[in-house]
Design a protein around this ligand. Sequence first.
Ligand code: ATP
Ligand code: MG
Length: 558
Amino acid sequence: MPNLDHTALAETAGFIHAVIKDTVGSDLTKIVTRFPPEPNGCLHIGHAKSICLNFGMARLYGGVCNMRFDDTNPAKEDGEYVESILADVKWLGFDYGDRLFFASDYFDIFYDRAVRLIEKGLAYVCELPAEKMREYRGTLSAPGIPSPFRDRPAAESLELFARMRAGDFPDGAMTLRARIDMASPNINMRDPVIYRIARATHHRAGDKWSVYPMYDYAHPLEDAVEGVTTSLCTLEFEDHRPLYDWVAANAELPARPVQTEFAKLRLTNTIMGKRYMRELVMSGEVDGWDDPRLATLSGMRRRGYTPEAIRNFCYSVGYAKADSRTDISQLEHFVREGLKAKAPVVMAVLDPVKLIIDNYPEGQSETVTLDNHPGDASMGMRETVFSRELFIERGDYMEDAPRKFFRLSPGREVRLKGAYFVTATHADYGADGELLAVHATYDPATKSGSGFAERRPKGTIHWVSTAAAVPVTARLLDYLVYDDPASEAGVTKNPVTLTEVSAVAEPFAAAAKPGQSVQFMRNGYFCVDYKLTTPERTVFNRVVPLKSGYKAETPKGD
Ligand code: ATP
Ligand code: MG
């Protein structure tokens, strides 16, 4: 499967190209985009969509993309997220070089522009308490009521704003509002608040400020300061665009960025909001932001998703103006396709039961050779031990099996991967009827590679010799939530999202290093967990099962 890259955007982001061509000017290499996360949590798969678009568009046209932290809200932000966000962006394959910016570096400019707005009669200090302000804002059908402070002299607003900055007033006592149009059909234009008092410590600016700018005011200024031409954001900001334009037009800065909206990524069976993820992390319901069940980029990395798979997915979903929901299995499809080509195929038994080959000499063992990848000889071969006693999957034996059960049952023959054909004879059961061991005989003529061709069993099963089996842990992960249209939230919490299995693996599999993925034959792709693995025990997370019902549209060129 070929990997999709930014060139896919030429086809999958049609309307955005049209805006770029209209707004950047004739030299499209002048395009400047930005990826502007708020450092209030870790990045998730939705952010990957935005990263691929912003960095991808810049690459496509030969322009640049700024990595900018939108860190204007001191209460919710934290420096610790800055490092993790940068690591995620790099891991995803995007290099911002020296174009790393912080909105908090522009606090003086924001303040200065606010002063100029007051001087021009375009902003005023308003002392309406929050609930009154809400009431005065009006509704979709009723115009707003002007604040009694709307026409106060500029000199008075300037003095009050300076005192707000100096920390003379408590939080919430007053705000600075843009003076636009209380009768506008767009509620965002009814004298929006552009500064609020927050006597909070900022992760970079410390205690320097007692006032902080609102998103709708700060964002266009950040873009304009950096010379961003194309400010790509998600659809919920569409109604805010007139305000964005108003601020940009009144900013007295040389650049005039243009905002364009695209649909958010929404995924089935997935929670993505940072707020909800933070709750899960803080309550200990998941094992940190990099829990492999979370849709965070760090969780996906730990789980064994590759950056190529995530990029392929983002570029294949495309960028549309209309909201839609993408099936999570589309993402899993790309993950699986990537691993199919690269992951060694190994044997591990998740629910082991003994297979005893009664006609194989006791005390004897031999070496069998296995391909590391059936489709790629360059990945080499490995050896493993074959002996009289093996572990096989409990489910690979059935006493009274239906006709189409092509595994072990008394009288039925299967191929043991890379070794011999064996025929089951009988089984031992414990007092409670539990299966203790399966007995079989082998045919010495059928050794793999011997050219034996007289008969072919219908089934092949994997196994691990008891003489070489290494205990490992396999963690089977399920979605944290399932879509549930009947519930108010649209999703239901999944009661069981993690099943830990004590498995046995051939030594080659157990020796996989943290972050390395392998295919456990017939059981799925598994990646070594870097947090839980110890020198004594390798812990695997299942990345994806081998199959899904999802049929992806074949990406072009495939
Ligand atoms: P969340 O609601 O999950 O907290 P956010 O939008 O508040 O996300 P930001 O850090 O403000 O997160 O977002 C940084 C950028 O990523 C923004 O440009 C935002 O539009 C984009 N983004 C966030 N979520 C998605 C998504 N699901 N699909 C596409 N882009 C997204
Ligand atoms: Mg946000």
